[in-house]
Design a binder for this molecule. Structure first.
Ligand code: IPE
Ligand code: IPE
Ligand code: MG
Length: 233
């Protein structure tokens, strides 16, 4: 099967999934959090090296205070339950987003997970928390401009040079982007990094996204003809 080194997922549909079962939206976020572990293990087994998950966007602050505060408490629940297993499996945790704007406890838990797994060399599990791609690119531009003013960067920067200012500088470009729950949009996710990614939109909501569905997605990906602007005979 064609290698999918970097898989990115927009984990969408938790709220609608819960509502359809007569439960509060937060019940969907809880099942969704547990599913991160299931899918991380499955992705690793299927040969993925980098798994980048959209957990909370810079726009998600618009939601009710109850929902936001519930989501902010999930990392503590999640890492308490699964961190030891992730370490045993060799997973390395990375965070993408402005963590310093999160509640202090949430920020601490996320940073601890990164610290505790930093010696691992297996699957890179990247969680996007308070992440927005336009914000990321704006911050990169600011940082670059400052470096130019201070004589630390050349004005004739190229794409590879600019990439070093992005929050994803340590990761390769995205090969496949999956969005769950039937929505077909990008919602400010990894705009630079998906320049040549394959896109798949699946009807299943995130809580229903099983390892079998993931396998189906990777099979579909393996039939795609990636040309990167060139020509394949
Ligand atoms: C994804 O599910 C989780 C987050 C965005 C935090 P949603 O909460 O967006 O669920 P729907 O799309 O409203 O069903
Ligand atoms: C994108 O989903 C963000 C995450 C999955 C974290 P949203 O549910 O926030 O996106 P929109 O508002 O439907 O575009
Ligand atoms: Mg949604």
């Amino acid at each position: 099967m064609k290698e999918c080194k970097h898989l990115a997922i927009i984990m969408d549909g938790n709220g609608r999934w819960a509502k359809a079962q007569g439960k509060p939206r937060t019940a969907g976020h809880l099942v969704g959090a547990d599913n991160v572990r299931t899918i991380a293990i499955a992705a690793n087994d299927l040969g993925v090296k980098y798994l980048t998950l959209y957990a909370f966007s810079t726009e998600n602050w618009k939601r009710s205070r109850e929902e936001v505060s519930y989501i902010m408490k999930l990392p503590a629940y999640f890492f308490k339950k699964y961190m030891q297993e992730f370490i045993d499996r060799g997973f390395q945790m990375h965070m993408i987003g402005e963590l310093d704007e999160l509640p202090a406890d949430t920020e601490r838990v996320l940073k601890e997970a990164v610290e505790e797994s930093k010696k691992n060399t297996g699957l890179s599990l990247n969680i996007c928390m308070n992440y927005g791609s336009q914000r990321e690119i704006t911050l990169a531009a600011r940082h670059y401009a400052k470096d130019v003013l201070e004589g630390k960067a050349d004005l004739n920067i190229d794409e590879a040079g600019f990439e070093k200012y992005l929050m994803t500088k340590d990761f390769p470009p995205v090969d496949l982007l999956i969005r769950t729950s039937g929505e077909e949009r990008i919602s400010n996710y990894l705009l630079w990094q998906i320049a040549y990614a394959e896109l798949e939109f699946v009807p299943e909501s995130w809580p229903e996204f099983t390892p079998e569905v993931l396998k189906r997605c990777l099979e579909e990906y393996s039939h795609r003809d990636r040309r990167f602007g060139g020509v394949h005979e």
